[in-house]
Design a protein around this ligand. Structure first.
Ligand SMILES: [Zn+2]
Length: 186
């Protein structure tokens, strides 16, 4: 395991190179367009996605510039999965080509199961560090601190904040708790 990774700095670095596309409400991040246009990755939705007999929510295949996403999943979770795979792309591959932050051991692909793409379970000791970092990346990319707090403080609640950002209520509540805006007992 390498040293501390500053996710916010990694996102800032990424945003120096790419323009962040927005959803039609001009608030939420259009993560699919980001993957397609900024990184030139194909995004395909596949039913019952699995790898070697194991169900997965997302699969990043850098060699083919391809991301596969489980087609039956909820839209908000698919978006989080895409942002999570984007995290692998930036954090683990340094946007493909350059040396990976984690060395060559994981160079081929990332298959991400429901427990990997679970923003709420990042305290599990067995969880691999790179999955935790990708989840943090996804959360910060889709729910930037200032924007998330501002939307919540408009007074319309967690559901409104989540809807505007195109994330699940659960992901939004976890992020707001992490930012100290609401208590953890939501
Ligand atoms: Zn993953």
């Amino acid at each position: 395991m390498r040293g501390y990774v500053n996710i916010e700095a990694e996102i800032e670095r990424m945003l120096r190179h790419v323009r962040l596309p927005r959803l039609s409400n001009r608030i939420g991040v259009d993560i699919e367009t980001l993957m397609r246009e900024a990184f030139d990755f194909d995004v395909a939705y596949i039913e019952n996605l699995e790898l070697r007999g194991r169900s997965i929510l997302g699969l990043l295949v850098p060699e083919r510039r391809l991301v596969l996403v489980e087609a039956r999943d909820l839209r908000e979770r698919q978006r989080f999965t895409l942002a999570h795979e984007c995290g692998h792309l930036i954090l683990d591959f340094r946007n493909v080509g350059a040396a990976s932050l984690f060395g060559d051991a994981f160079a081929q692909l990332f298959s991400c199961s429901a427990t990997d793409v679970d923003f709420s379970s990042d305290s599990a000791s067995w969880k691999k560090r790179r999955e935790i970092l990708s989840n943090k990346f996804a959360a910060q990319l889709l729910m930037p601190a200032d924007l998330c707090i501002a939307l919540y403080k408009e007074g319309l609640g967690i559901e409104n904040c989540a809807q505007q950002l195109g994330v699940s209520n659960k992901a939004c509540a976890i992020r707001l708790a992490e930012l100290g805006v609401i208590s953890r007992n939501w």
